[in-house]
Design a binder for this molecule. Structure first.
Ligand SMILES: [Fe+2]
Ligand SMILES: [Fe+2]
Length: 348
């Protein structure tokens, strides 16, 4: 049963409305704006009939306060007033009321207006749910496509099997720690970095096979060829995501790809950026990327132990890595050890 809140300082009109509506709806009746706001703190309803002229707080103020509450802001509001001036009516609608009923009300008109609004509201909610489902589905397809591309790129690269998946999971662990240790990074940014992480090496698609598949150390010329992957990755990421994802996310993903090999002291590539000129999302990715490279076996080196890897990271704080982020990364050791033990058990 739909629940209607009636707010009216006139007891006679309140009783009349309650009397008419109680057969069809669950009705809560209060005599002031403050009582209505108090009721809405812990309860909700499907529609509010709100008197405009009330002594303590008028209907417009009450409506504004309701609209300020994110959990109640969508409840449709219908104004009740004895004033049938067309100016008042247009003001009500302008301020966001769904409708306007003049007092004394004609019972049939009032009921049919309420039913129409409730019906519209049901349609709106249904539509909102459908849009949310569709958006989730599109985002899922998008993620799967990107993961598929990342896996394709990685399958050409003989030395880094599983790096994309592992480094992305390291970013997830790191982001959770950053979220709990600090509030200097907004939550949405951390969520964006987690989603962007699998794309950080997409640019390897543009690196020549003879370099990507080389077993052993690179010559300076080969290393230069490999370095192309970061700027190239940013270009590809933009091409895939532009117009599909929110601009904010596109920027984060581009930055992660472009700058994850930059170093805090400016000695990284491709741009040689230093300190905070390196976007924070890329500074986060850099730690996860290097950590995975350290604890994984590559064709040119054995896997380092956790002790060795963490001391290399610690020594590189302030030179390779952002000092604040680097120190927080060190705190992730217990979770990362658990994560890599699980990886090693599943790949053995
Ligand atoms: Fe890379
Ligand atoms: Fe990488």
């Amino acid at each position: 049963m739909y629940h209607i809140l009636i707010v009216d300082d006139s007891k006679t009109s309140l009783a009349a409305a309650k009397n008419v509506l109680s057969d069809l709806f669950k009705v809560t009746a209060v005599t002031s704006g403050s009582q209505a706001l108090k009721f809405l703190q812990n309860n909700t309803c499907d529609l509010i009939l709100l008197d405009i002229n009330m002594p303590d707080m008028d209907g417009f103020d009450v409506m504004e306060r309701i609209r300020d509450n994110p959990e109640r802001k969508d409840i449709p509001i219908v104004f009740l007033t004895a004033d049938n001036d067309p100016k008042t009516e247009s003001l009500c609608l302008e301020k966001g009321a769904m409708d306007f009923i003049t007092k004394p009300f004609a019972v049939n008109v009032m009921i049919s207006r309420i039913c129409r609004i409730l019906e519209l509201e049901d349609l709106r909610k249904g539509l909102a749910v459908r849009i949310e489902e569709q958006t989730r589905h599109i985002r899922y397809i998008q993620t799967m496509t990107v993961m598929g591309m990342a896996a394709m790129v990685e399958s050409r690269d003989l030395s880094t099997g599983g790096h994309i998946k592992r480094s992305s999971m390291v970013v997830e662990v790191f982001a959770a720690r950053l979220n709990s240790e600090n509030d200097f990074l907004p939550k949405h940014l951390l969520e964006d970095v987690i989603r962007a992480a699998p794309m950080h090496d997409l640019g390897k698609i543009a690196v020549e096979d003879r370099v990507l598949r080389k077993q052993g150390k690179f010559t300076p010329e080969e290393y230069n060829e490999m370095k192309k992957h970061s700027a190239e990755g940013a270009r590809i990421v933009k091409q895939i995501l532009d117009g599909v994802e929110a601009p904010r996310f596109v920027t984060v993903a581009e930055n992660v790809a472009h700058y994850h090999h930059e170093k805090w002291n400016g000695s990284g590539y491709p741009e040689g950026l230093a300190g905070e000129a390196i976007p924070v999302e890329a500074r986060i990715m850099a730690l996860a990327d290097v950590f995975d490279a350290l604890v994984s076996k590559r064709c040119y080196k054995d896997a380092y132990s956790f002790d060795e890897a963490f001391s290399i990271i610690e020594e590189s704080i302030g030179t390779h890595f952002d000092p604040t982020l680097g120190r927080i990364f060190l705190l992730c050791r217990p979770e990362l050890e658990t994560l890599y033990t699980a990886f090693n058990n599943t790949t053995e």
